[in-house]
Design a binder for this molecule. Sequence first.
Ligand code: NAP
Length: 389
Amino acid sequence: MALATHLLPNTNILRVKHANGQQLTLDHFKVNTVESAIDLTSVADNEVIVRNLYLSLDPYVRMWFDEGYLPPSQSSLGLPLSGLCVGEVIASKATDKLPVGTLITANLEWGTFSRISHLDDPATWQASGLRILPAEARVKALNKSIPLSYYVSALGMNGLTAYAGLQVLGGGDASKFKPGQCLFVSSAAGAVGQLVGQLAKQLYGLRVIGSVGSDAKAAYLKEHQHFDEVFNYKTVVQQQQQQQQQQQSIDEALGAAILKAAGPQGVDYYFDLVGGEMLDAVLAVQNEFGAIVSVGMLSQENGRDKYGIKNLNRIVLKGTTIYGFIYWHHLKYQESGELQEKVGRLLETGKLHFRERTVDGIENAPQAFLNLINGVYDGGKVSIKVADL
Ligand SMILES: NC(=O)c1ccc[n+]([C@@H]2O[C@H](COP(=O)([O-])OP(=O)(O)OC[C@H]3O[C@@H](n4cnc5c(N)ncnc54)[C@H](OP(=O)(O)O)[C@@H]3O)[C@@H](O)[C@H]2O)c1
């Protein structure tokens, strides 16, 4: 896109108030526009200016609103939030690696433009997670076979988490999975969960069950994303709370719902995105020699009281294996092209159905983020479309 002037306004989303365990609200954010903030003629050596195109919204940002999570250098209030973005280089003095027109993904500011400096230092690339998109990304975006937003979702951190998390859960290289075994994934309609379920079926032939927070999400997963069974955990909790004498605790009620969805063979694998009572329930009802990969703790975030797990003794009795997972230990799948090859091909051929919602305008990022973490949307990945390609 041709830019008519070299002085451009920049809109950033700032973190202006701590939440410290309370519900996050719009008061914790500020939309800040500075006129003529970006001067395209003022690029330093080994620096680029990037026009942000898509911003990925990810639940982990919620933790940054509680004191003590961010390192001291980033913890001051009034600074822009950052997140995984797709961007286009629009001014460059790093032309050997990043000429004008290069499409990239990197951790950039929640804003319309970003500056990346010190590109002669490999630490800059590592710290910002900077990746140059394949040359065909522009063509595929324009012919709509792979939307650009996918590079920060299905082919970015979310896809990597689903793909690599399954490898870990299946013994490190997915070799323990046997067709017909049952995998349960929580927050199944979200950015990661929808991919976990579909990949587990398509790549490893597993039976897949999931939990979600609404009947509409459950119906969508079964109809369009081929989950075998899905239950609404909020209904299970409501029914438990309406019991006359509370015959079951919440984790027991969830355990019964998991077993009902799994069917007679029970649950072998659990891809945990929520922690809390659901994790407790799985520990109690999972088959012997089952495995759990702990990837997210959605139920323990956004002002909720921490839940104390009661069923840890079942790990001993059942020989359960629990793996911790963080995606940056598994970047090899991205760097080697394996993620692109395996997941990208399924996306392009339409075998993998990725549900996403793109909300227009960086100024709408705070409300969209609140909607995401509060489960207001009807499922899928949520990204902000900052600008057209
Ligand atoms: N370890 C890693 O490397 C890694 C990488 C990526 C993501 N993660 C983590 O994995 C989790 C899922 O990430 P995602 O991007 O796919 O998010 P997501 O599932 O799209 O997150 C939003 C959904 O969370 C659910 N949710 C909100 N509160 C909940 C609660 N109390 N209990 C259960 N579910 C709740 C809501 O769905 P419902 O309506 O269905 O409740 C909401 O729609 C997050 O915790 C994230 O931080 C970890």
